[in-house]
Design a protein around this ligand. Structure first.
Ligand code: F6P
Length: 575
């Protein structure tokens, strides 16, 4: 499919004015806050349950107005409407991009597009809800013990086998919602083709109470299919080893039927693997892998937390979709955050962006976002095939606070590079522990430990924004020789995101927020955020190199000299 040329953002007047401001830009968060009592208020926004404070960003009203003008010139809202209506905005794969349809309420009045809309001949809402109902029914059976393994025992462990979007989403949400997991159920996640992963994740499991979910959109991913075969082998060997099943083809296939289900868009391939299509949950090519956690790819999580909680996750997603669709641009949080990222990447030359959850249960959120953001926006051609006209996708990374404070925050505070950072926290922790003893010095007995944690959250964004001047350092009686080393420049941009608690809905809201930030940035850059051709070459070469690694001399000879020498060394080192 050919697509019309995107509007080049760099050709707009607003972009040119931003470039001229950036040329002599001297941010002054201290001064801006001192002279403008309304700054925090004006730059704090609400999206569903999320309170988002943008005021500690390197932003003025003039810059914000120009960024918003860029969004209007590019027509970000128009492209979002096109996306949710099912236009094929994934042009290189000629596909609709409809992850927003995965979370439309079943009985929603006033939905846009209206309930029952049809895309490429498919009644999207009907299919989404038929699949959801099937997933919910299955989850209920597993949770109630109605679904049993081949020897009649109820399932205690679910092992999700998938990679990329078929792993990162489920594992992140499972970890985020651990307090909602049904007692007696555990989910483990196998992704890496390093056999250590299957080995470790099956270690100690009882095969009679283990259910494997093979999650793969294409059901053609080497890692996942290899791991699924290893898991099937493990299951058979374990069951045969204890005499739980006889060594017959029928017993083996009965075991697979009771211990393997699949999630895929390719149900024919699922059947070829030996999994009954009755035990398979489908989705569609208009769900991108990294946008698929709210499709049947989330089945492992639905089993763990139950359909009611999952409905809440979906309603959180939908609330942010609605915010993105309806909020005026000036208050549209995903658009504003996407524009800020454009400001930092394209004008202030930031290379990376940190995401720092102050909520331990969100510890996999940065890893999840790495695929969402970088597989989406790490592109150098635009959707019409022409070169990108400006830098695209920043490097996203992060770790939970406060761990990061004792690792890499040094660079955030005093390094030579600017790293914009999103700080994410919740007001009410799942476990409100008190330090009854205190430490006899700084920490009072009975201290609310979450408050201590949050004090760090607030302190870090404050320190990054306002720094510490040489005079302030001197005033502490610091020896002159170390004053420069102990000075903090400040003006390090941060966004603070605060939610009441890490509920299922809030988790959905956070994911949708970042999905639409990605969308905003990709739209401004004119790139197709929904393909991922950049992962293909490595996959092709791995297949081509495999014979060489397995000792085929001709295949080894055909490699470049570095690769050849490395493989030869590897073969040499093998016992
Ligand atoms: O290789 C990249 C990728 O295609 C991702 O986009 C996707 O999430 C992942 O592989 C897994 O693909 P699948 O779900 O088809 O196994």
């Amino acid at each position: 499919m050919t697509a019309s040329a995107p509007v080049d953002p760099t050709s707009t007047d607003a972009w040119k004015q931003l470039a001229s401001i950036a040329g002599g830009f001297a941010p002054d968060l201290r001064g801006w806050f001192a002279s403008d009592a309304g700054r925090a208020d004006r730059y704090t926004f609400q999206a569903a349950d999320l309170t988002i404070d943008l005021s500690k960003n390197l932003l003025t009203d003039e810059i914000l107005a120009l960024l918003l003008q860029v969004a209007r010139d590019i027509d970000v809202p128009g492209r979002f409407q096109a996306m949710i209506a099912g236009e094929h905005i994934n042009v290189t794969e000629d596909r609709a991009v409809l992850h927003t349809a995965l979370r439309r309420p079943k009985d929603g009045a006033g939905l846009v597009p209206p309930k029952g809309f049809v895309v490429d001949g498919q009644d999207i809402d009907a299919d989404v809800h038929a699949t959801l109902d099937k997933v919910y029914a299955f989850a209920d059976k597993v949770r109630s013990g109605q679904w049993t393994g081949v020897t009649g025992k109820r399932i205690q462990t679910v092992v999700n086998i998938g990679i990329g979007g078929s792993d990162l989403g489920p594992v992140m949400v499972y970890e985020a919602l651990k307090p909602y997991v049904q007692a007696g159920l555990e989910v483990r996640f196998v992704s890496n083709i390093d056999p250590t992963d299957v080995y470790e994740k099956t270690a100690g499991l009882d095969p009679e109470t283990t259910l494997f979910i093979v999650a793969s959109k294409t059901f053609g991913t080497l890692e996942t299919l290899t791991n699924a075969r290893l898991a099937r082998e493990w299951l058979w060997n374990q069951l045969l080893g204890t005499g739980a099943i006889n060594d017959t083809d029928t017993a083996r296939s009965d075991a697979v039927a009771k211990h393997f289900v699949a999630v895929s868009t390719a149900l024919d391939k699922v059947a070829a693997f030996g999994i009954d299509p009755e035990n398979a949950f489908g989705f569609w090519d208009w769900v991108g892998g990294r946008f698929s956690i709210d499709s049947a790819i989330g089945t492992s999580v639905v089993i763990a937390i139950g359909p009611d909680n999952w409905r809440e996750v979906l309603s959180g997603f939908h609330a942010i979709d609605e915010h993105m669709r309806t909020a005026p641009l000036e208050q549209n949080v995903p658009v504003l955050m996407g524009l800020l990222n454009v400001w930092y990447s394209n004008f202030l030359k930031a290379q990376s962006h940190a995401v720092l959850p102050y909520a331990q249960y969100l510890h996999r959120f940065p890893a999840y976002l790495q695929q969402l953001t970088m597989e989406s926006n790490g592109k150098s051609v635009r959707w019409d095939g022409s070169p990108a006209t400006t830098d695209t996708g920043e490097v996203f990374w992060g770790e939970p606070g406060t761990n990061g404070q004792h690792a890499f925050y040094q660079l955030l505070h005093q390094g030579t590079r600017m790293v914009p950072a999103d700080f994410i926290a919740v007001a009410n922790p799942a476990h409100a522990l008190k330090d009854e003893a205190g430490d006899g010095a700084a920490v009072e007995p009975g201290q609310d430990v979450h408050a201590l944690f949050m004090a760090n959250f607030f302190a870090q964004t404050k320190a990054l924004a306002f720094g510490k001047t040489e005079d302030e350092v001197r005033a502490e009686g610091t020896d002159e020789s170390v004053v420069p080393a102990r000075t903090f420049p400040g003006n390090r941009p941060t966004t603070s995101i605060l939610a009441p608690a890490l509920t299922p809905s809030v988790v959905g809201q956070l994911i949708a927020l970042y999905e639409h930030i990605v969308f905003t940035q990709g739209t401004i850059w004119g790139i197709d955020s929904f393909d991922q051709w950049g992962v293909e070459l490595g996959k092709q070469l791995a297949l081509q190199i495999t014979p060489a690694v397995q000792g085929d001399a001709d295949a080894l000879q055909s490699q470049d000299s570095s690769t050849k020498a490395l493989i030869a060394k590897y073969l040499d080192l093998r016992n």
